[in-house]
Design a protein around this ligand. Structure first.
Ligand code: FES
Length: 117
């Protein structure tokens, strides 16, 4: 199974009277990632929230038998870096990505790394 890149589409939303209005930052990030992904082994999936809301925008990498990662404070300008890092993750049998293997934009934006089940 390929690596899944979850993208929170609720991140960086604007709310009026309890309703979301306009296009969220997360939706823009999702569209950018999809456009730049091309034909890779990565599957990009939108999700509503990963409970890291104060660090919008957020993405996560996950795959069976591997560590999972959640990154925050991201924006569409670093979509290429997110995809590069996800491709590195995809090559790892355990999912462990060393700090030196992460692009600059994902070095200080790691929120959590969870062990595999
Ligand atoms: S709104 Fe994106 S993590 Fe909660």
């Amino acid at each position: 199974m390929s690596t899944i890149v979850y993208v929170c589409t609720t991140c960086a939303s604007t709310w009026q009277n309890g309703k979301k209005v306009g296009t969220s930052g997360g939706e823009i990030l999702l569209a950018t990632l999809e456009a730049e992904n091309g034909t890779t082994n990565l599957t990009i999936k939108p999700v509503n929230c990963m409970s890291a809301c104060s660090h919008a925008c957020c993405v996560a990498f996950a795959a069976p038998g591997k560590y999972s990662y959640i990154f925050g404070d991201l924006h569409p300008e670093v979509a290429g870096d997110i995809l590069d890092c996800a491709r590195t993750y995809d090559t790892k049998t355990d999912g462990m990505i060393g700090w030196n293997e992460r692009p600059e934009a994902l070095k200080k934006t790691l929120i959590a790394r969870l062990p595999a089940l």
